[in-house]
Design a binder for this molecule. Sequence first.
Ligand code: SF4
Ligand code: SF4
Length: 140
Amino acid sequence: METVETTARSCGTCTLCCRLPEIAALDKPPDAWCRHCSEGKGCAIYTNRPQLCRDFLCLWMTDPGVPDAWRPLTSKMLVYEQGPQLTILVDPDHPDAWKQASFPSDLDNWAKAAQARGHYVILFCGDEVTKIEPGVTAPA
Ligand code: SF4
Ligand code: SF4
């Protein structure tokens, strides 16, 4: 939703948050491009984009503790927090993305940290919803 640069990370040509989430205020279903998004370029109404778009940045952008590998442009996954829920949206065109490389281990670490705080981790991929339980994605 934002095209932002921080000292460490930038959205670049990523527009994943304009595609994967449902955005009721824009009448946008999940896993569909926002009608205002020009893929690979960004928001066509950037200066007039809704406040919710102005306010949103994914966790990869805001939390240096999220490993570089989670860059949405390449990981095909979007991570953000909603209260006690850590949400992972997986691009349905890459449904196994979260099972690759270091992602299962990272998810396991997040699930453990979330559980310790009374929080939880939910992964969405198309119509599939998975609660990430500690010890499941990366068994000890
Ligand atoms: S209005 Fe712009 S920033 Fe918001 S979802 Fe659509 S394309 Fe993205
Ligand atoms: S998903 Fe993250 S990196 Fe990609 S455009 Fe949205 S805020 Fe930027």
